[in-house]
Design a protein around this ligand. Structure first.
Ligand SMILES: [Cu+2]
Length: 116
């Protein structure tokens, strides 16, 4: 009897935990962070994400930066102004390829996002 109760409790815990994770992931999307490095590059330089995910750019280096999208739909929030410390977010609106640069370092500081 005691053993049966323990098994039942374990099964209920696993079922509830599994359902909770999938519901919250589908509703909110994931947030992925992209950071400026001291050598003025985005790290990582590319990511694969899903529609509804949020990409969060952050920077705090010797050089100032900003974030500007050069292709793809949607808009970057808080990325336009060039400043020494900052962050900006981009919510992925649809499947596709999106490219971003920093206007101070347009050659080295490129980031590509593929959404599927
Ligand atoms: Cu930069």
């Amino acid at each position: 009897m005691h053993t049966r109760l323990i098994v039942f409790t374990a099964l209920v815990t696993v079922a509830a935990g599994g359902a909770g994770v999938s519901v919250s992931a589908a509703a909110k999307g994931k947030t992925r962070t992209v950071k400026a490095t001291d050598s003025d590059r985005w790290s990582p330089r590319s990511l694969t994400a899903r529609k509804g995910d949020t990409i969060r750019f952050t920077w705090r280096t010797a050089a100032p930066h900003n974030v500007r999208k050069t292709s793809g739909r949607g808009s970057v929030k808080g990325g336009a102004r060039i400043r020494s410390t900052g962050s900006a977010t981009f919510k992925v609106p649809a499947k596709g390829t999106y490219r971003f640069i920093c206007d101070v370092h347009p050659v080295t500081m490129k980031f590509t996002l593929r959404a599927r």
